[in-house]
Design a protein. Structure first.
Length: 331
């Protein structure tokens, strides 16, 4: 590993003077996003690939780094932290969630953690609604009808979808993104109820959102359930087979949070048995693998974890990461 070189997003390597604090970046990112680090005199080494980095390579390339800039599928555990060594002072993750980081191990070693809240709220809420509307209005089936040459003109009974006005949207986790999804629901004339560890009147009251302390009761009354809880041991498979069975058979499940909030096998079983109205999914349990059964269902819309994928949002996420690294390194 050559610690005296900077790997640009275009693959070019630029010589840097040796001996400076080094930032290791686990993905190839646009040169402009990393410029603040170089401008502050840091050595920046970025992976040449946009693919997830295997654990052994991450541990090897983290060695001696003062900062790591990682992605949500980079698992930074005690082994990675120990491989980096005592020089490591900060881990910045290009995500809101931190479930892929061992926070206790970071604290024990005095390593700061930076993430990217706030800036991706609207983009992710828009993604949730794009997927929900695609399922509710059967857009996938409509496109297939046209693409297959089977559309023979307007019909009063073809591809009848689901009205959302007057229906109940159940938000699980009224944080930043859950609140933004709820605000959009009000514009569609939906009733909003939410569940979480505690009520949030400051967020809920402007939206006339009702707090429901009993998750089971919330699901039983839901026409759409949208998941925005953080992934923890307590929320893993929050929607399991039992809770999926509580939903009305016309209900739609929306997940732009973390794939493991839903028991994916149970979801597939409920959908294939006709016990759910549909699913709108941006995240999956074992990314990038997606169950083939989901892809064959007309009432399922999927996307490749692109909730925050707008130019402005990703640039803002990069800015939060670089700013946090500079602050942690005293630059």
């Amino acid at each position: 590993m050559d610690h005296g070189r900077v790997r640009r997003a275009d693959g070019a390597a630029v010589t840097d003077p040796p001996g400076r604090e080094r930032v290791f970046v686990t993905r190839s990112l646009p040169d402009a996003w990393l410029a603040p680090l170089r401008d502050a005199g840091l050595e920046v080494e970025a992976a040449a690939s946009d693919a997830a980095m295997p654990g052994p390579e991450l541990r090897a390339r983290a060695a001696g780094a003062s900062a790591l800039l990682v992605q949500l599928d980079d698992h930074v555990d005690a082994d990675v932290l120990d491989a980096a060594g005592p020089a490591l002072r900060v881990v910045a993750t290009f995500s809101v969630g931190t479930d892929h980081l061992d926070l206790e191990a970071c604290r024990a070693r005095g390593v700061a953690v930076v993430h990217t809240p706030d800036v991706l709220t609207d983009a992710t809420a828009d993604q949730a609604w794009a997927l929900l509307l695609a399922v509710a209005r059967r857009l996938r089936e409509g496109r297939a009808l046209i693409a297959g040459g089977d559309w023979d003109g307007w019909s009063p009974t073809r591809l009848l979808g689901t009205d959302l006005g007057g229906r109940t949207l159940a938000i699980v986790g009224l944080g930043r993104i859950g609140t933004a999804v709820a605000a959009r629901a009000r514009a569609f004339g939906m009733e909003v109820a939410y569940h979480g560890p505690r009520p949030h009147p400051e967020r809920a009251e402007p939206l006339a959102a009702r707090f429901e302390p009993d998750l089971d009761a919330l699901l039983e009354a839901a026409d759409v359930v949208s998941l925005h809880a953080p992934l923890t041991a307590a929320t893993h498979h929050l929607l399991d087979a039992r809770r999926l069975a509580l939903l009305p058979p016309h209900a739609i499940v929306v997940n732009v949070g973390r794939g493991a909030l839903v028991d994916e096998r149970a979801l597939v079983a409920a959908l294939t048995a006709g016990r759910l109205g549909g699913a709108a999914l941006d995240v999956f349990e074992d990314e990038p693998r997606v169950p083939a059964e989901l892809l064959g269902l007309a009432n399922v819309e999927v996307a490749p974890h692109q909730g925050s994928a707008t130019t402005g949002t990703r640039a803002a996420m990069a800015a939060l990461c670089t700013r946090g690294i500079l602050e942690a390194l005293g630059r």
